[in-house]
Design a protein around this ligand. Structure first.
Ligand SMILES: C[S@@+](CC[C@H](N)C(=O)[O-])C[C@H]1O[C@@H](n2cnc3c(N)ncnc32)[C@H](O)[C@@H]1O
Length: 281
């Protein structure tokens, strides 16, 4: 009962303002601190991943250096949902530590890929570790005020980031502005259970034709489970290199595990991972 009341009150708040209930400055600060203090180049993805439950996926097509990130890459593949990127100009908003943008630049023959993030140290990290990839660049910027001309991109990706934005309406209007007519918006994020429809409704208000909406929760949850030990090992290695980072790294790992607990699909779970594929009219 309490859960229903909570979701109803969040829905009322979100309808008026376009804000998301999940916005927390603390989470954004954690990303900034992680980027400033953790320079481990193997830590490239901060999304929760995706793996189809009950399927023994074939990852043999991945290069050796990407195998460790196979579940994170699985989420990108799912969110792109077959979108043709060959020769396209792609923008990844909320690019974090650059893993998704680097994957798209190296594997999907895009003409150029730009990763954008609010977090300056994160962008500096990306500019250093992906320096050799010709069709890839990174820029500091705000999803709510994109530093690009109108119609600059053919495809815009946004993965596991928009829950941190204080105004989703402003974000969608910016995506609309910098995407060319007919361009694709490949979008996925956490949402409070039952409220994904509010995002779909809002996206449509900005002239997007919604091509597909899917609930990826089970696959995200499965990937989090499969990846739990790998993540713990990587985090321990990061701590071993600099023990002063223990509290910060453990708080990131805790956040990931809380998301896992919240998305297990049982009747009390309050978080869903929603994927919207849309095309600009
Ligand atoms: C969970 S990480 C996801 C990173 C990446 N998409 C991935 O899949 O690995 C969320 C990212 O969103 C970024 N972010 C938060 N608010 C933002 C904003 N207003 N504009 C741009 N990026 C933002 C954070 O700095 C963080 O790097």
């Amino acid at each position: 009962m309490l859960g229903i009341l909570r979701r109803a009150s969040i829905a009322v708040k979100m309808m008026g303002t376009g804000a998301t209930s999940e916005y927390t400055a603390a989470e954004t600060n954690r990303y900034i601190e992680l980027a400033q203090r953790v320079t481990e180049p193997r830590f490239r993805f901060m999304n929760m991943g995706y793996a189809t439950p009950g399927v023994d996926e074939d990852y043999s097509w991945l290069k050796d250096e990407d195998f460790e990130s196979r579940y994170n890459i699985g989420l990108i593949q799912k969110v792109l949902d077959g979108t043709d990127l060959v020769g396209r100009r792609v923008l990844d908003i909320g690019c974090g530590r650059g893993g998704p943008a680097s994957f798209i630049a190296r594997y999907r023959d895009a003409e150029r890929v730009v990763g954008l993030d609010l977090c300056q140290p994160g962008i500096e990290f990306c500019q250093t570790i992906y320096a050799g990839i010709e069709n890839l660049s990174f820029v500091v910027g705000d999803a709510l005020n994109l530093p690009f001309e109108a119609d600059s991109f053919d495809v815009i990706c946004n993965i596991d980031s928009s829950h941190a934005y204080p105004d989703l309406g402003k974000f969608y209007s910016e995506v609309h502005r910098v995407l060319r007519p007919g361009g694709r918006f490949c979008y996925a994020d956490f949402s409070v259970r039952g409220l994904g429809w509010l995002r779909v409704k809002k996206v449509k208000e900005y002239d997007f034709r919604v091509l597909a909406v899917s609930d990826l929760t089970k696959g995200v949850s499965h990937a989090l489970t499969l990846n739990k030990e790998n993540l713990a090992r990587l985090m321990e290695e990061i701590i071993a290199k600099d023990p002063a980072n223990r509290a910060l790294v453990e708080s990131y790992e805790r956040m990931v595990n809380v998301r896992l607990a919240r998305s297990m699909g049982h009747w009390r779970s309050i978080t869903r991972f929603v994927n919207i594929l849309a095309e600009l009219a």
